[in-house]
Design a protein around this ligand. Structure first.
Ligand code: CTP
Ligand code: MG
Length: 237
């Protein structure tokens, strides 16, 4: 089974509010895009990696991730995913993985690929929800906002990426895009393709806000410090 990982990285990062598009923000020695591609490479699943970036940053991305194929993205995330899918070559399985989730551990990629390989056409990583969830009347008419009910969180999962698909399933899902789904599996669901969830990982968190960026930088700084300590310990042996 040949696997292509498509990395949509063509968003502007409005909520992050940095002066450069989100994938090009520095995490401390590497950009979010470089850290993301390094994670994909470390997973060992990908025969081909396609990154989708803003059109004016294609050359810059080539320099940052020379081992990936770089294509220009579109106005919406799903446009960018389709641009990436068209460069997937003769892959059997396509994983769509947000650049904005650069800390995703290798195991998550492997769990998703294994489940698609086992015969599921669409597979997503997900985590149980820790907070109590309440449905509210979010029509903007009142503050404080009235609660409608408490939702049963046992049957809910917070969904991450990489999301894995057979090429046929992802192609069909995107042929029917009405621009409403917030992820690729949502498109698959809308056209009746069964979607299954495997275990996600807290490290597959998405960098959306400045707070998320602080967490990601902190995790990487901790890893670097740990590696340095291990190096010193090795030298002292
Ligand atoms: N993305 C993309 N093309 C777009 C929009 C988003 O490739 N037209 C990518 C982003 O680069 C990101 C992933 O889709 O890796 C998830 O999107 P999101 O976290 O919403 O990132 P942005 O759209 O960049 O952020 P914001 O919505 O805050 O502007
Ligand atoms: Mg967005």
């Amino acid at each position: 089974m040949s696997v292509c990982v498509v990395i949509p990285a063509a968003g502007s990062g409005t909520r992050l509010g940095e002066p450069v598009p989100k994938a090009f923000v520095d995490l401390g020695g590497a950009t979010i895009l470089q850290a993301c591609v390094a994670g994909v490479v470390a997973s060992g699943v990908a025969e081909r990696i396609v990154v989708v970036v803003p059109a004016d940053l294609v050359d810059a991305a080539h320099d940052l991730v020379p081992d990936a194929i770089v294509v220009p993205g579109g106005a919406h995330r799903s446009d960018s995913v389709r641009a990436g899918l068209s460069a997937a070559g003769d892959a059997d399985i396509v994983l769509v993985h947000d650049a904005a989730r650069p800390l995703t551990p290798p195991d998550v990629f492997r769990r998703v690929v294994d489940a698609v390989d086992a015969g599921h056409p669409a597979v997503v990583p997900g985590l149980p929800v820790a907070d109590t969830l309440k449905e509210v009347r979010a029509d903007g008419s009142a503050d404080p906002i009235p609660v409608v009910r408490t939702v049963d969180r046992e049957v809910l999962r917070a969904i991450q990426t990489p999301q894995g698909f057979t090429v046929a399933a992802l192609t069909r899902a995107h042929a029917d895009d009405a621009g409403l789904a917030t992820d690729d599996a949502g498109l698959a669901e809308r056209c009746g393709i069964p979607v299954h969830v495997v275990a996600g990982d807290p490290l597959a968190m998405k960098i959306t806000t400045g707070w998320d960026l602080r967490i990601a930088r902190g995790v990487l700084a901790e890893r670097r410090a740990q590696a340095e300590r291990a190096e010193v310990a090795e030298e002292l042996r």
